[in-house]
Ligand binder design. Structure first.
Ligand SMILES: Cc1cc2nc3c(=O)[nH]c(=O)nc-3n(C[C@H](O)[C@H](O)[C@H](O)COP(=O)(O)O)c2cc1C
Length: 289
């Protein structure tokens, strides 16, 4: 296996702009740096306790997309992209809109400064009328977002990030939706929605019902299954697949590749161990390939 074209980066949710984490990522063995998810407006995210990490390597979070907003980042984007380029990497901008038009606006603001990952799978936003719907479970909305971003930026290839699907037919329908479009990669997967972190005899997160998205070790078998199913559904001609979920070792990178991934991302383990995780897993990968 030639690993030179295999991409490895941090998953969205951990680096929101310039700063120490970005600098650490610049010096890391990652092939790109994901920034965001970014929204149109600045967001504080959900208040109170919103992250729980368990000893078994599983995480549950309900950060709710805290980020400085697109205007603050727009001014930094060119500089950040140049720094990444100087380090032999590129930036991946993770974008989270609350409407089709917001995905267009966010994409227009940043497409010249790196690759785009449209986050369609955030489960952790609550508004006045309850939990916001997750675009990744609404095929019509997904189609509208992909179609409109493509129409407004012809020739631009971009990635979409989706939730884990327990219904295999959804995976087939999404594969059919993205084939022959401007979708370059499917990033699978975001957190498993509405899990509950139970600790010290109570629900640990201070969100409605204590809900949050599950990731880390517990998500790995699910994410691996998602990659394998997308690979089967897409066939050789389809977009690439970026595997994300519970990756924290070289063996798991290999497993993702064996299942059909053309790249991987690391979220929880990056958050817990920092940017050194990339060289760690790459060293381990060398030993298992
Ligand atoms: C603390 C935290 C914050 C996250 N924030 C985002 C986000 O802003 N956008 C996004 O697309 N995914 C977000 N995610 C999901 C991760 O990018 C990733 O898809 C998921 O955690 C699975 O990978 P992992 O098991 O390696 O953590 C977040 C995950 C965690 C744990």
């Amino acid at each position: 296996m030639d690993w030179s074209s295999f991409s490895i980066g941090n998953a969205a949710g951990f680096i929101k702009g310039p700063g120490q984490q970005f600098n650490d990522a610049l010096r890391s063995a990652a092939t790109y740096i994901t920034i965001g998810s970014l929204t149109i407006n600045q967001r504080d995210g959900n208040p109170g306790s919103v992250y729980q990490f368990f000893d078994d390597g599983t995480s549950v979070n309900a950060l709710g997309l805290p980020n400085p907003g697109i205007d603050a980042i727009r001014h930094e984007a060119e500089n950040m992209a140049e720094q990444a380029q100087g380090a032999g990497k590129h930036i991946r901008w993770s974008l989270a809109g609350f409407s089709v038009d917001e995905y267009v606006q966010l994409s227009e603001a940043l497409f010249e400064h790196g690759r785009l990952e449209l986050n369609l799978g955030c489960p952790n936003v609550w508004g006045d009328s309850g939990q916001k719907p997750i675009a990744a479970f609404d095929l019509d909305l997904m189609k509208a977002i992909i179609t409109e971003v493509s129409r407004r930026m012809p020739g631009l290839f971009f990635d979409i990030k989706v939730s884990p699907y327990s219904d295999p037919s959804m995976i087939q329908r999404i594969a059919d939706l993205v084939r022959d479009t401007q979708v370059l990669n499917i990033v699978t997967c975001n957190t498993f929605p509405n899990a509950i972190a139970y600790k010290d005899c109570k629900r640990a997160l201070q969100t409605p019902n204590g809900y949050g998205g599950m990731a880390g070790n517990g998500l790995f078998p699910i994410a691996l299954g998602q990659v394998a199913q997308f690979a089967e559904a897409l066939g050789d001609e389809g977009p690439g697949i970026i595997g994300v979920g519970g990756i924290n070792s070289g063996e798991r990178v290999r497993a993702m590749n064996d299942a059909g991934a053309t790249g991987i991302q690391i979220g929880t383990a990056f958050g817990e161990h920092g940017a050194g995780i990339f060289s760690d897993v790459l060293q381990e990968l060398a030993a298992v390939t």
